[in-house]
Ligand binder design. Structure first.
Ligand SMILES: C[S@@+](CC[C@H](N)C(=O)[O-])C[C@H]1O[C@@H](n2cnc3c(N)ncnc32)[C@H](O)[C@@H]1O
Length: 277
């Protein structure tokens, strides 16, 4: 698992270099991928501002920080951020990204989320975006969830952004272990962290999934950008199609995500608050 994420980190670094090369100037912009990023950010920011009302003195732990996108975002508005990841390459990449921002209230550590080397009740917020859904071992998953509650202050929050539907999904995928929202709530409830809010993130999944897959399949299975080739649509046309799909996805996620249709969503933000009992 650690080797897999280290490989992904190297690839992410490589993508930046590729996008600067001449060859990649012919690439169609994948507006669906850009949209998916913006949607995640908008929804997390909304929860942090409107529901948690996190103040500037807050201490944040970003678990499975990856390249540090969320750690950097929180460091700009909170007193301090600790970011941990199991992959040393991800931590290197996150450090580099934080250096570019000249932030000094951030520290990074290679650490397994199931065994946090952190004192009890240290953080006002534990932020965990798309990490637990990739943990196949149920015991490790359970330990991680318990660790999150242990290191959260009483009254503090745990924000999970994971595939966590209302119904069981039997299908096995190579990189996802889908647990229901109830499974998350039951496990965290045992340690006095209660689900206080949730919202759908990806009601538009059929559109975004197909769009992203088509891009990937059209040139390179690993990177979601498209280089012009004769028999395939031009980059301009592809950019336009992805822009149209992103627009439709936006209406679905931002509008229908607030209606009872949200029960059909797979990806969700789950917010837990730790109480004294
Ligand atoms: C899909 S990435 C998400 C990264 C980041 N949270 C984001 O949203 O950009 C999942 C991250 O979780 C990390 N990870 C997976 N299992 C972990 C574990 N047991 N302990 C710590 N980090 C882990 C991976 O190394 C990877 O960086």
């Amino acid at each position: 698992m650690e080797r897999y994420w280290s490989f992904v980190a190297l690839e992410a670094q490589d993508l930046g270099a590729k996008l600067r090369s001449d060859k990649w100037k012919k690439a169609a912009r994948n507006r669906l991928a850009d949209y998916a990023d913006r949607r995640a950010r908008d929804f997390v920011v909304e929860v942090v501002k409107e529901v948690i009302k996190l103040d500037r003195s807050a201490r944040v732990l970003d678990v499975g920080c990856g390249p540090g996108k969320w750690s950097i975002m929180f460091a700009k508005t909170c007193s301090s951020v600790t970011a941990v990841d199991i992959s040393p390459n991800m931590i290197l990449l996150a450090r580099k990204n934080a250096e570019k921002e000249k932030l000094e209230n951030l520290d990074f550590h290679v650490m397994n989320v199931s065994r946090l080397d952190v004192a009890d009740e240290t953080y006002d917020l534990v932020n965990c975006v798309t990490v637990l859904q990739h943990m196949f071992d149920d015991d490790e998953w359970r330990k991680a969830v318990l660790e999150f509650a242990r290191v959260t202050k009483k009254g503090g929050y745990i924000l999970l952004f994971e595939v966590a539907p209302s119904f069981a999904v039997k299908k096995r995928t190579s990189n996802l272990r889908i647990r229901t929202m109830r499974q998350y709530a039951n496990e965290l409830g045992k340690v006095h962290a209660h689900l206080v809010y949730w919202r759908a993130v990806d009601l538009s999944l059929p559109i975004t999934y197909l769009g992203l897959r088509n891009y990937a399949a059209s040139f390179n299975k690993r990177v979601y950008y498209f280089i012009s080739r004769r028999r395939l649509p031009t980059p301009g046309l592809l950019s336009f199609l992805s822009w149209g799909s992103a627009l439709l996805a936006r209406v679905i996620d931002y509008k229908l995500g607030e209606t009872p249709l949200s029960y059909l969503s797979l990806g969700r933000i789950l917010l837990f608050q730790k109480t004294s009992r």
